[in-house]
Design a binder for this molecule. Structure first.
Ligand code: ADP
Length: 242
């Protein structure tokens, strides 16, 4: 029985009267590799922003039994929710290992019961190994290839002990090879943690998704395995019918 999960209940986000996310309900079980797909403007990024506390929302969000809704961004991060953006936000002048060291420091708060329950975060050396950047440990992050910067950012979430990783188009701009490496990295991470990915790349989704939620016009249109959502006429309509 999966006990550790993300539960989004009736979440709505409004910008000046425009409803970007409209009473969304979504449950993600521990160990899932969930893809959020849908046409541009469907509300995917806004939903992830709402979960991570970046935009105000109504409704209720819970992760691993803790209420996230109504909490501040840094508090949500400390509760084990990590977020990346389309453009990697690493410290360009610092080396790979220095970036990880800083992230590890930032993740060290007072030892709460929860923190102990979540276990010990991987060391910087373990994270380097996981993201495949051991050889580049002393390289300034600014000169890394685009894909490597994304992996470093994911590594920074790992050493912070993030248990839920929210990733916004992690493979945008990557080569096919980098994309496959990223998919395998995320599969390894999802063996112990939970990953939710906003994605436009359908080939990447088909190759690596464990489950898929399709959003359209701020609402959940369809949900299930890749095969299930692909076979759903409602999904075919939003992708082909425009
Ligand atoms: P997606 O990620 O699915 O492409 P978004 O979540 O980025 O969609 O956007 C959903 C809708 O909300 C879009 O119509 C977008 O223009 C609007 N939107 C997003 N952020 C803001 C904002 N800060 N202010 C006003 N409208 C916004």
């Amino acid at each position: 029985m999966a006990t550790d999960y993300l539960q989004i209940t009736d979440v709505t986000v409004t910008f000046d009267g425009f409803v970007a996310v409209d009473k969304v309900n979504l449950t993600v079980l521990k160990g899932d590799l969930r893809f959020l797909i849908g046409p541009n403007g469907a509300g995917k990024t806004t939903l992830v922003d709402a979960v991570s506390g970046l935009v105000p929302s109504t409704g209720y969000v819970e992760f691993a039994g803790q209420q996230l809704s109504g909490r501040k961004v840094h508090r949500i991060a400390r509760m084990g929710v990590g977020r990346t953006f389309q453009t990697a936000t690493v410290f360009e002048k610092l080396t790979v290992v220095q970036n990880l060291d800083i992230a590890a420091g930032a993740g060290r708060g007072p030892l709460s019961l929860l923190r102990r329950r979540r276990g010990v975060p991987p060391t910087v050396a373990e994270a380097l190994e996981t993201i495949g950047l051991t050889e580049l440990a002393d390289t300034p992050a600014g000169i890394l290839a685009h894909g490597q910067k994304q992996w470093l950012e994911i590594g920074m979430l790992l050493v912070q002990n993030a248990q839920l990783l929210l990733l916004d188009e992690p493979v945008a701009g990557m080569s096919a090879d980098e994309r496959d490496q990223t998919g395998r990295l995320l599969q390894r991470i999802a063996q112990e943690r939970t990953v939710v990915i906003v994605e436009h790349d359908m080939d990447f989704m088909r190759a690596f998704a464990k489950s898929v939620t399709v959003l359209a016009a701020g609402k959940v249109l369809s949900e299930g395995t890749v095969a299930q959502v692909q076979a759903d006429p409602k999904v075919q309509e939003v992708y082909l019918g425009t």
